[in-house]
Design a protein around this ligand. Structure first.
Ligand SMILES: [Cu+2]
Length: 126
């Protein structure tokens, strides 16, 4: 059970990505305008957030297969307007819990399903 601390989870890069994501979500017409601008041949590079920006970062603290729950120390979750914290999540699919163990760094997405914050995607970073 090694705990490698290569990077802080709350990187400034994440905050920038989250801000960009929120901006796009608030003004979808703006994203459309940016794409239209790209159609011109002046080779402008749009600062669009990559799909991965939607995923939050976390570290597994506890896997509870019996209860179908996962404790994560997580970074900000943009779509839930949630700051970094350690908390218990439900998982959408119990099989997710077979793929992670204590100490794993993960990327995940979480949504509020039936009133419970639920992990809907979980990727271990190894
Ligand atoms: Cu939380």
């Amino acid at each position: 059970m090694t705990h490698l601390r290569a990077h802080s989870l709350a990187t400034p890069r994440w905050h920038l990505a989250a801000a960009a994501l929120l901006t796009l979500a608030a003004a979808p017409w703006l994203a459309g305008a940016a794409r239209a601008a790209d159609a011109h041949d002046h080779n402008h590079t749009a600062a669009a957030a990559p799909a991965a920006a939607e995923l939050a970062e976390g570290e597994v603290r506890r896997v509870d297969k019996a209860q179908g729950k996962l404790t994560l120390k997580h970074g900000p979750i943009a779509n839930l307007s949630m700051p970094a914290m350690t908390m218990v999540f439900r998982v959408a699919d119990p099989a997710m819990l077979d793929r992670v163990q204590d100490g794993d760094k993960v990327r995940f997405s979480a949504e509020r399903l039936n009133g419970f914050i639920t992990v809907t995607r979980l990727d271990a970073l190894r």
